[in-house]
Design a protein around this ligand. Sequence first.
Ligand code: AN0
Ligand code: CP
Length: 317
Amino acid sequence: MKTFLGPKDLPSIEYALKEARFIKENRFADQHLGTNKTILLVFFNSSLRTRLSTQKAAMNLGMNTIVLDINQGAWKLETERGVIMDGDKSEHILEAIPVMSSYCDIVGVRSFAGLKDKKYDYNETIINQFIQYSGKPVISMESATVHPMQAFADLITIEEYKDKARPKVVMTWAPHPKVLPQAVPNSFAQWMNATDYEFVITHPKGYELEPEFVGNAIVDYDQNKALKGADFVYAKNWSACMEPHYGEILSMDRDWTVDTKKMALTNNAYFMHCLPVRRGMIVSDDVIESPRSLVIQEAANREISAQTVIKEVLKSL
Ligand code: AN0
Ligand code: CP
């Protein structure tokens, strides 16, 4: 595997889940694969879970890890071609990428959507430059439109907690004061569509996601109706995806906040969120602290999804 952006990059979902189960029980069984190999994790944006879990996964595989925060100590990078660099950007990404990749065997990239130019974001311009110019395998640690290691960890978590073959999974939009990307909901939808679960997406009008990610999901604008009978509730905020409102906040309606009243509509559902989460906006304190909340288990499974992905890349080196 030379790039990792979605479920199609793995041999199959069944294979990926089987590997994940093995890795969870045998975290140090594959150290021979990573000996004397180096992974470089490049962050253009903040991170807690991705930074720690991906490093831990690489260390479990016997690898060396280097982490670079572009905004803390590196030169400011120009990412557009054809510009006269007379501003505050000292280095061009077209030199920086091959230089960074000369020190490693695998590159992980976190680069959020700018949410200004939909075409630039949805072409995955930044991570595609890494794929094109690094000469090394590249894994997304949340790029402009996808966050595949998060969605894979979410899938592992649902598989661990489901008590029926075909659970009802509901992804609900919830309010947030800042403009957020669509990467997490896009990937969650993409990975849920790769299963045979009953999958429903609910959000206010105007928050439609791209059809390539929505796939066969049922979209319901009535959150209360969507939550009925849910076995898993996956909350997330995202900004508007469709033009002419791309990257805008269209609603801050706290009636969409997931609280005990909303959870009472479900089939005693588990609550899920990728974190970081804003209490009082996305979810109430009592729901996130309840025994049905899986947010810590999801975060812990980030080590497993990352290790499964990196192992697959190491096998192809
Ligand atoms: C980011 C997002 O919504 O994409 C990262 C989530 C993993 N969240 C925030 O910036 C709060
Ligand atoms: N869920 C997630 O990716 O968290 P971080 O942004 O802290 O890495």
